[in-house]
Design a binder for this molecule. Sequence first.
Ligand SMILES: [Cu+2]
Length: 453
Amino acid sequence: MTSRITRRRFGQLSGLAAGAALVSPAMRAATAPDIALEIAPYTLEASPKHHFKTVAYNGQIPGPLFRMRQGQKQTVEIRNASSEPEVVHWHGLFLPPEIDGAMEEGTPMIAPGGTVRYSMTPDPVGFRWFHTHTFAGKDLTKAQYGGLHGFVLIEPRDAPGAYDREVFIGLHDWGGHFEGSDDGAMSPVYDVSTINGKMLGFGDPVRVKQGERVMMHVLNSSPTEVHWIALAGHRFQVVALDGNAVPQPKTVEMLRLAPAERVSAIVEMKAPGKWVMGEVRKHIQSAGMGIVVEYAGVQENATWTQPERLIWNYRQFSASNKVLPIGDEATRIELTFDSKFEGHGSEERWRINGKSYPDTEEPALKAGERYRLVMKNESMDDHPMHLHRHTFEVRQVDGGGPEMTGLRKDVVLVAAKSTAEIEFVADHPGRTLFHCHQQDHMDRGFMMVFRYV
Ligand SMILES: [Cu+2]
């Protein structure tokens, strides 16, 4: 315990906002928090031959799973035992900006050696997650590249799920370096890809029994990569996207997850054997992105079957046929995404309406009003756009088709050279960050803040 005392630095009180407080050892001893996080150096062993020196939550990757009840107050204590300032973002929760976990909203950073304690009220119900929200720049071991992430499940007060087992699956990519792409700009590429911190064949298998219905909560915590996941011999009944129940559950061959997206899907275990669940694209599965799903009592090698095509669309889960409610005219906010080439061998500068953060516009929202973000992506890249502290409805993707309803998310992948439209009600006053979840893009200006007036 002495190490805790010597690491404390009283000079770091500045910048602490309401709701956060430095904790004395006496206070800590008096009441144990519901949620305790320690951020500290860690070496990940993805396989005996692949080690990554990084930083982790509570000495594990992925970090811990926190189960919470909706509306039941949680005390949180975060100790930063790393050598860099840190901040923890609660992704998909409706929290005040002081604790949401983005300095752009006003959450204070936790200095090295510092501890913060605050309380939060978990909402909404569903599969959420937490992760670091720092800057990496050219250092592809930092921020989201470093794999600081963990799972949150906010459970309703009643209603047990219609399944026998829950499994949490986290996708990540490691060992990134910049490489020039066709257009001359630099993008990260990776050496190793993992599921729950392990390369295929090196982690514990997911153990199941015949006849079980298994709820798979899959999170893509990759700093920059979209991933496609299949489970050989099985199909996924998708019941929730980004933790929110979909209007039309659908059974699909594979899942597509952009960075920060989550899919919750039920798998019926009715094909006894030993199977690979992993990236559909061979080179990424070969780089490690896979996990074995093993039925009880089966002795054989794990089997993979290669799907021929990548198939996914958001629309199939929405209630496209529903008649839209009358009179919910939303105020349109037009946002054009593009990038500014800054020379061969450089990363581009990302822009929203011609400006990069911190110079981006700060659109004003009125509490209780409905807004439609009309996003025009003029770039050659797909962008996973994330709105903090709110849930939105996906209304249009890929530039057209009938209006979609009922598909509630907090990240939407806006395809290259395409448009997408989302709507949300401004019901959580306070500064609200909106950004591309690709770490290299947000680091290069792809962020803006909405403010309430
Ligand atoms: Cu982007």
